[in-house]
Design a protein around this ligand. Structure first.
Ligand code: ATP
Length: 591
C-alpha cells in the first residue's frame, strides 16, 4: 500500500466522529492492505512494532524536528519547527505545514544510497512497507553516531513525503497518532473484515499482543488459526489488574475468597526457558507491567530463575526490595533498581531485590489462562518447589506468594494484620474460580489497602481471651464522643466519662499476639470492673481504627456500627477529649 493511501485513509478516520463509522473505515483499510496488512493494522493505531516488543524508535523529538526542518528546505531550521509547534501544539499539523521533496543537500544521500535498498529522491511513491523498514532500521541503530544516523534516515522519509503523508509520519514517529482508533475499534474491524467472531479476535490478542499478526491470521487462517494462537515464552502479555474492593463485597459475591498479601513492589512477568543441554544457556526475560523489558536491571530475578526453574514458564509476580534480614522495604527502594540501565551491579550492592510470584500463566507447554486461579496457583507451587522432593510447606518455598482460601472475615482480618505487620501493603482478595484476563481490571481481583479514613476511638471495654490468649485482653470495645465538637466544650474542660461516650463497635481480630501483650499492659491499669471475661475500662486510651463502612445498627448505643474495624495504632498523643465525635462519624458515613 502506498503511504499516501494510508495517509488519506487516516485523515478520513480522523475526520469521522461516529465510532461505528470509524470501525467501518478501519475495516476497509485492513481489507485493502493486502501484503502490508500486519503493518497497516499497527500503523492505524500509531504503533510501528507489536505491543509486546519493548523495541522503540529511540529517537527524541528534537531529531524529528531536525529531520522535518532539513526536508523542508535550506531556509528552515529546527527552531522554526519548534516555533510552529508552540503555536499549533501538534506535530502532525506542523509537519503538514511544510512542502517537502527534492532536498539534495547534506543527508539526502541516505534516502537514495543506503543499504536498505529503498528507492530515494522525491518523485517516486513511498509505501507503508518502506516506511516500516526504514523505521525498523532506525530503531536498530545503536552506538556512536546513531542519533545522526536516525535523523538521516528520517530525513530521507520526510524528503519523499507530501504534506499529508508528513502529518501522519511525524505522528507515527513521535507516538502521537491520535486519529481516534482505539484497540476495540481495530478488534471489531478485524472481526468484520475477515468474518471471524470478535471473541476469537479478543482471545488471540490477549495471548499475542500483536494486532498485526492477529489480523493476518484472521484473514489467512480464519477462526481455527486464531484459536491455535498460544502464549509464547519470551513474548510478554498484559497483566491482569485489580479493582479496589472490600471484604464484605468479596465474601458476598464469591463463596470464599483467595487471600494473598499485597507486596509493595513493582509488577514483573517472568519468562524462562531452561537450558536444553549443557551447551546451551537458559533464556530469561523479565517484563514490567507495561511489557517493557527490564531483565538487565534485575539480575537477582534472572539468577533465581536459573537456579529454580526446570521447565519453560511464564510467571506473574512482584519484585520487592528487601533489607539484610529479608524484610520488605518501601516501594521507593525498588524504584532505585527497576528499569535501571547503568551501574546495575553497583546499585545492587545498596538495594537488594527479590521476586515473589503469585500466578502462573504457562508451564511446561500448557497455557493456563483459562484455568481457575487455584489450579494456576497449585501449578505455580509445583513449578517453584522441587517437585521430586518431599511434600514441602508452602511457606518455605522461596519466591512463592502464600494463598489462603477462606470465607471467614475474621481469618481475613488476621491475614491482613499479619501482612501489615510484615511490612506489606495489605491484602489482595481474589475469586478462586476466576480465569486470568490479561489487561483487565475486573472484579475478580480486589485490592484492599490500609484504610484512607480512620477514626480515633476511646477504648471503653475489652474481653479476656481464651486458650493461649487467656492472659491477654482482646475484643476491644470502641466508643466515640457523644457531644459536639464545639470549642466551648473543649475549653470548658468537661471531662469525658462513660455517659458522654457512645459505643460504635468492637475490634477483635487482626492484632498479633505480640501487640495484644503490649495492649494488655497498657490497658490493665484502667480496668474499672470485671464480669467473667468481660471488662469495663476507664475511658483513657485512644485507638486509631480503620474500617470498611459505617452502618446503622441497633447493637451499639450510637446507633451505628463500624464494619470490619481494624486496629491501626494506639494514639498515645491523644486523650479521650481528643477522640472523634459521633458528629464526625455521621459526616464520614455521608461522605
Ligand atoms: P493500579 O493498578 O490501580 O494502577 P497500582 O499499580 O498502584 O495501581 P494497585 O492497583 O494498587 O497497583 O494494586 C495492584 C498491584 O498490586 C498489582 O499490579 C501488583 O503489582 C501488586 N501486587 C502485590 N501483591 C499482589 C498479589 N498478591 N496479587 C496481585 N497483585 C499484587
Amino acid at each position: 500500500m502506498e503511504f499516501a493511501t494510508f495517509a488519506d485513509r487516516a485523515a478520513a478516520i480522523e475526520a469521522e466522529p461516529a465510532d461505528l463509522e470509524i470501525v467501518d473505515l478501519v475495516r476497509a483499510v485492513l481489507e485493502d492492505a493486502d501484503a502490508d496488512l500486519e503493518i497497516v493494522a499497527r500503523f492505524v493505531q500509531g504503533r510501528v512494532f507489536p505491543a509486546w516488543r519493548s523495541r522503540t524508535l529511540d529517537i527524541g523529538p528534537n531529531s524529528c524536528y531536525e529531520a522535518i526542518a532539513r526536508a523542508a528546505g535550506t531556509n528552515v531550521g529546527s527552531d522554526d519547527v519548534e516555533d510552529r509547534l508552540a503555536e499549533v501544539g501538534e506535530i502532525g499539523e506542523v509537519a503538514a505545514s511544510y512542502e517537502f521533496g527534492g532536498q539534495q543537500g547534506l543527508g539526502a544521500f541516505t534516502a537514495g544510497n543506503d543499504d536498505s535498498g529503498s528507492a530515494g529522491g522525491a518523485g517516486d511513491e513511498l509505501t507503508v512497507r518502506e516506511v516500516f523498514e526504514t523505521l525498523s532500521e532506525l530503531a536498530a541503530a545503536e552506538g556512536s553516531g546513531s542519533q545522526d544516523r536516525k535523523t538521516d534516515l528520517l530525513f530521507g522519509l520526510f524528503n519523499r513525503c507530501s504534506s499529508e503523508e508528513a502529518r501522519y509520519l511525524a505522528r507515527l514517529v513521535l507516538s502521537e497518532m491520535r486519529i481516534g482508533v482505539g484497540e476495540g475499534a481495530v478488534r471489531d474491524a478485524i472481526s468484520e473484515a475477515f468474518d471471524v467472531p470478535v471473541e476469537g479476535v479478543e482471545r488471540a490478542l490477549q495471548v499475542s499482543n500483536d494486532y498485526g499478526e492477529v489480523a493476518r491470521v484472521a484473514r489467512d487462517e480464519g477462526l481455527d488459526g486464531l484459536d491455535a494462537m498460544e502464549l509464547e515464552v519470551g513474548r510478554p502479555v498484559q497483566a491482569m489488574l485489580a479493582q479496589a474492593g472490600t471484604v464484605t463485597d468479596a465474601l458476598e459475591e464469591w463463596e470464599e475468597a483467595a487471600v494473598e498479601w499485597k507486596y509493595d513492589g513493582a509488577r514483573i512477568q517472568l519468562h524462562h526457558r531452561p537450558a536444553e543441554s549443557d551447551e546451551t544457556a537458559p533464556e530469561t526475560g523479565v517484563f514490567s507491567r507495561n511489557m517493557e523489558d527490564v531483565t538487565d536491571a534485575l539480575p537477582e530475578v534472572v539468577e533465581y530463575a536459573d537456579e529454580t526453574l526446570e521447565e519453560p514458564v511464564i510467571l506473574d509476580g512482584e519484585v520487592v526490595a528487601i533489607d539484610d534480614d529479608g524484610a520488605p522495604l518501601p516501594f521507593q527502594e525498588v524504584l532505585k533498581r527497576f528499569r535501571r540501565k547503568h551501574d546495575v551491579e553497583k546499585v545492587r550492592e545498596d538495594v537488594t531485590v527479590r521476586p515473589v510470584f503469585f500466578d502462573c500463566l504457562h508451564a511446561g507447554g500448557d497455557d493456563l489462562l483459562e484455568e481457575p486461579l487455584t489450579t494456576r496457583h497449585d501449578r505455580l507451587r509445583a513449578v517453584l518447589s522441587d517437585s521430586d522432593g518431599p511434600e514441602v510447606n508452602a511457606a518455605n518455598i522461596e519466591g512463592l506468594s502464600l494463598l489462603w482460601r477462606t470465607d471467614d472475615p475474621e481469618e481475613i482480618e488476621s491475614i491482613d494484620a499479619e501482612a501489615l505487620e510484615g511490612g506489606h501493603e495489605g491484602i489482595m482478595l481474589k475469586n478462586p474460580e476466576s480465569t486470568y484476563s490479561p489487561g483487565r481490571r475486573g472484579k475478580h481481583w480486589r485490592k484492599r489497602k490500609p484504610d484512607v479514613e480512620t477514626l480515633d476511638c476511646v477504648v471503653t471495654g475489652a474481653e479476656w481471651g481464651e486458650g493461649r490468649r487467656a492472659t491477654f485482653l482482646g475484643t476491644f470495645e470502641l466508643s466515640v464522643r457523644a457531644g459536639d465538637d464545639s470549642e466551648e466544650r473543649r475549653s470548658s474542660g468537661s471531662a469525658v466519662n462513660s455517659q458522654t461516650l457512645e459505643t460504635v463497635g468492637k475490634v477483635a481480630t487482626g492484632i498479633t499476639d505480640e501487640k495484644l501483650e503490649e495492649l494488655t499492659e497498657l490497658l490493665e491499669p484502667y480496668i474499672a470492673s470485671e464480669d467473667g471475661q468481660e471488662v469495663d475500662l476507664e475511658p483513657e486510651v485512644v485507638f486509631e481504627v480503620g474500617y470498611e463502612e459505617i452502618q446503622t445498627s441497633p447493637t451499639y448505643s450510637s446507633g451505628y456500627a463500624l464494619r470490619f474495624p481494624r486496629f491501626q495504632a494506639v494514639r498515645h498523643d491523644k486523650d479521650p477529649e481528643g477522640a472523634d465525635s459521633l458528629e464526625r462519624l455521621e459526616r464520614l458515613r455521608e461522605a
